[in-house]
Design a protein around this ligand. Structure first.
Ligand code: SAM
Length: 261
């Protein structure tokens, strides 16, 4: 793993490339089912001030906005933020702002938000406990922190295989954790009554690799690993299958919602 600064450059480069495609991929990323599943666990209120950390183009921030007072979407990649601003203008959403910043050093005072969220970003942080602590810090007492992420197996070998393929596809992937690790991390920030909900999200392999512009040699390795898994070879932890002649796999998403005492 590179240093924190080095990894941040990789994140900016990867998502700088992806920004233009992110909003065009009407896929699992903005599936209504996924968004509704998440929103259903957030207990949104009209007076809420919400912070969405590593918001990207603000897919979650924009889905939350109509139900709350205001949303700030923070991200490290300017191109993702620009795409989010453009879409928020197109959607005539006047209560979402996009700000550049680092999840490790949130530029907000303590207890500033009623709800702090982060969706499919923890696995990009080299040391996720730091951003998780920051999320808890800026949440008001009695408020909630919601971490939504893609998880890996509780079998270390299978989890390593899964994370290796994810990194081949996108070098900004640091590590997906098992649910128990995510829960431990959330509790280590001082949150209590952490509730979890899980969902399988089906992903089309080629579209997934198109989004990140994965190089050809890596694409071949990934396909081969999944096909071998499908033929009862070494498990990849990605649960591949064949659907209408196409290779697909299942991402195991979790939402953890903790209350700040
Ligand atoms: C997979 S995208 C998720 C975007 C959005 N949350 C969503 O659900 O569509 C991950 C985002 O995390 C951002 N990111 C990664 N590391 C970050 C960091 N240390 N601080 C802030 N943003 C970061 C990237 O720029 C990227 O936009």
């Amino acid at each position: 793993m590179s240093s924190e600064g080095g990894h941040r450059d990789v994140v900016r480069r990867q998502f700088g490339k992806q920004a233009a495609r992110w909003e065009q991929y009407l896929s699992y990323l903005d599936s209504q089912d996924v968004v509704e599943w998440i929103s259903g666990h957030l207990e949104l209120r009209p007076h809420f001030s919400v912070l969405d950390v590593a918001t990207g183009t603000g897919l979650l921030a924009r889905a939350i906005a109509p139900h709350v007072h205001s949303v700030v979407g923070l991200d490290a990649t300017p191109e993702m933020l620009d795409a989010g601003r453009k879409q928020a203008r197109a959607d005539v959403l006047g209560n979402v702002v996009f700000e550049e910043g680092e999840a490790e050093h949130l530029p907000y005072p303590d207890e500033a938000f009623d709800l702090v969220t982060s969706r499919i970003a923890m696995h990009h942080f080299p040391d996720p406990l730091g951003p998780a602590r920051e999320m808890a810090r800026v949440c008001r007492p009695g408020g909630h922190v919601a971490i939504i992420d893609i998880t890996s197996s509780d079998n270390a070998e299978v989890a390593a295989a899964h994370n290796r393929l994810e990194r081949l596809r996108d070098p900004s992937h640091a590590r997906s954790m098992h649910i128990a690790e995510l829960r431990q991390m959330a509790e280590a920030t001082g949150l209590d009554t952490v509730r979890t909900s899980v969902a399988d999200v089906e992903v089309h392999v080629e579209t997934w690799m198109d989004l990140t512009d994965t190089p050809q040699d890596a694409r071949v390795t990934i396909r081969q690993a999944m096909e071998a898994d499908l033929a009862a070879g070494a498990p990849t932890g990605m649960r591949p299958s064949c659907k209408d002649g196409e290779l697909v796999f299942s991402h195991a998403w979790v939402i953890l919602v903790g209350r700040k005492p």
